[in-house]
Design a protein around this ligand. Structure first.
Ligand SMILES: Nc1ncnc2c1ncn2[C@@H]1O[C@H](COP(=O)(O)OP(=O)(O)OP(=O)(O)O)[C@@H](O)[C@H]1O
Ligand SMILES: [Mg+2]
Length: 590
């Protein structure tokens, strides 16, 4: 199986520990299999006083413990003690190896999720991703710590018991052991059937986590629309599907256990029936029958368990696939690509740029240029492609055709991390981390310098506001702690961006939640402190972009007007219409 190769690659760095763990398993198996032979020795040689057979075991027993019951009892005690010791090391070593491997997998997953293409997150659901990073990793941990070692244990046990039984009595062992392949085939069949259901069950569980996660995240919307009942219904529907799938799985297992028990009963029945019959006729000794019985009894649970473990192999193989899917997804950063890292000064030139999301054309031939330190205002109806345009500049997506040059260098030739490090972008949706205000503003800084943080907060007109919080800059934001107003969040996000003094600054509708006066004050401060930065401001508010050196009106992915405020204010079109609506609104005090 392909995923067994994958497992092997995962075990890198822990193979020695795994090897020692396998040795411990071997030790535990050997010790556990000695007891029936010792019992046979007690019954046949010590109690019934039969002559020693040709077996090395009986000769060694005679040499070390003689025919003393006490010595044999002490030997059984030591065998049990060493078996316990081996089991302890098996547990300890396999846990060390599996925990280490799982830690490596988690680190790999996190690194990959940081590096995957931005578009990857359009395709996946958060709940599903979280499930892959938690329950799927846990399934792998169980697989490596328990199941893999257990399978080695069972296989070793079957092989050793096979040789012992054949040496004890060939005829009885052939009859008894012939049941094992049947049990194994049945287990394997079960494993194949159950694998499909585990996948369906995992998907249903992921769907459930997604709904839960969405509802917790969007609790305000749910409550605002009083749609709790509808959401409860949706959850119940998914939950019903999940429990239905799980019930099917449980039902499959309910068939499995009685059928596999039947095989075991037949096996034990054969030992007792034939064994006792042959013992009475003197073909075999009573000690041999009891040893056979003990071995069959010892084999019963592991062989029946093999089906369960194999079905868990199915679960683990699906978890491996789901984790591999993340690890194999395309990343933004190709180490082989030798991309440029030019010094960014801020000149931006678009030439006939076209862009589409998969097959949906969004930008159709955009051309404009911005000199170092110039400001561009972008206005346009919702869905006209404004955010898409700026996502191209930060290389979150790559343009289909045309050319974008930053300081004369084609953008596709510039390293993605480098360009993102050199562009300050305030996204349309404000997201703050569950940290305090100070850490949120300085999140991109290795060392938090209060002076830088205060300056950025002052430029974003939020310094005074933060000082008015009870705990000032130490106030917790994000999911926990106080809730901030939309405008406060936006200004903290602005401060977080401008703290880096980038040569290119982009504000994607980032002043929409602040009042006009604060908006003007932030732009004034920006002009004062970041006058050499090329700035792009996207806004639906004319007042936010009217002072810009250039204004672009974007409609349906095309530039419908381009110029300064004075050029556009009297030209028929969207700009003039919006200006009039907003002026009239101001007069009416809206
Ligand atoms: N990740 C995506 N995948 C597919 N289509 C997308 C994606 N993001 C946006 N779109 C589509 O692209 C078009 C332009 O979206 P964009 O976000 O650029 O608009 P916008 O001008 O910024 O709108 P708004 O003013 O509402 O922010 C819309 O029709 C939108 O549905
Ligand atoms: Mg937008």
């Amino acid at each position: 199986m392909n995923y067994l190769n994958k497992i092997y690659t995962y075990t890198e760095g822990y193979r020695r520990v795994y090897f020692l763990s396998t040795l411990a398993v071997f030790g535990a198996t050997v010790f556990s299999l000695l007891t029936p032979l010792i019992i046979k020795y007690i019954i046949d040689i010590i109690i019934q006083n039969f002559d020693l057979s040709d077996s090395y075991f009986e000769k060694s027993m005679d040499f070390f413990v003689g025919k003393s019951l006490l010595n044999t009892g002490i030997l059984i005690f030591f065998v049990a003690f060493f078996q316990g010791g081996c089991l302890y090391f098996k547990g300890k070593l396999s846990s060390i190896a599996s925990e280490g491997i799982v830690k490596t997998v988690k680190d790999k997953l996190y690194t990959q999720l940081q590096n995957v293409k931005y578009s990857y997150f359009n395709k996946v659901e958060t709940g599903d991703l979280l499930q892959r990073c938690t329950s799927d990793v846990e399934t792998i941990r169980k697989f490596l710590a328990i199941q893999l070692v257990e399978v080695v244990n069972i296989i070793l046990m079957i092989i050793i018991i096979f040789f012992i039984l054949i040496n004890l009595n060939l005829k009885l062992s052939i009859i008894v052991l012939s049941i094992i392949p049947l049990m194994f085939i049945f287990s394997l069949y079960f494993f194949i059937v159950v694998k499909k259901y585990f996948k369906i069950s995992d998907e249903a569980e992921a769907k459930l986590s997604t709904i839960l996660q969405e509802n917790i995240h969007g609790v305000r919307v749910v409550k605002a629309f009083a749609s709790e009942d509808l959401e409860i219904k949706k959850f119940r529907c998914s939950n019903k599907h999940y429990s239905h799938v799980t019930y099917k799985l449980i039902r499959l297992f309910a068939y499995y256990w009685p059928i596999s028990s039947f095989f075991s009963f037949v096996q034990m029945g054969l030992v007792l029936f034939l064994g006792i019959k042959w013992a009475v006729s003197g073909t075999i000794t009573m000690g041999t029958v009891i040893a056979f019985g003990m071995y069959v009894w010892q084999l019963e649970f592991p062989v029946r368990n093999l089906g369960r473990i194999l079905s868990d192999f199915g679960k683990a193989s699906i978890s491996f696939e789901r984790i591999e899917e993340i690890l194999d997804s395309e990343t933004d950063f190709n180490e082989n690509e030798n991309l440029k890292k030019p010094q960014i000064k801020g000149k931006i030139v678009f030439e006939n740029v076209r862009f589409s999301y998969i097959d949906k054309p969004i930008l159709n031939g955009i051309s404009f240029d911005l000199d170092i330190g110039e400001t561009l205002g972008i206005l346009g109806p919702t869905g006209s492609g404004k955010s898409s345009l700026i996502h191209l500049i930060t290389r979150l997506y790559d343009y289909d055709s045309g050319s974008i040059k930053i300081d004369g260098v084609e953008l596709k030739e510039i390293d993605k991390k480098w360009i993102r490090k050199n562009i300050g972008l305030v996204l349309q949706e404000t997201f703050l981390f569950a940290k305090n205000v100070r850490e949120n503003i300085g999140i991109t800084k290795k060392i938090l310098d209060d002076c830088d943080i205060f300056t950025a907060a002052k430029t974003a007109s939020i310094h005074e506001g933060i000082l008015n919080f009870k705990e000032g800059y130490e106030t917790q934001v994000g999911e926990k702690g106080v809730s901030l107003s939309g405008g406060q969040k936006q200004r903290i996000a602005i401060a977080r961006t401008i703290i880096n003094n980038h040569k290119i600054l982009i504000f994607d509708d980032s002043l929409s939640a602040v009042d006009i006066e604060t908006d003007a004050s932030i732009r004034r401060e920006l002009k004062k402190k970041h006058s050499s930065s090329t700035t792009i401001i996207i806004s639906h508010r004319i007042s936010s972009i009217m002072d810009a050196d250039k204004i672009m009106v974007l409609e349906g992915g095309k530039i419908s007007a381009y110029g300064t405020h004075n050029q556009l204010k009297d030209r028929d079109g969207l700009y003039k219409r919006i200006l009039k609506i907003q002026k009239d609104g101001m007069k009416e005090g809206i």
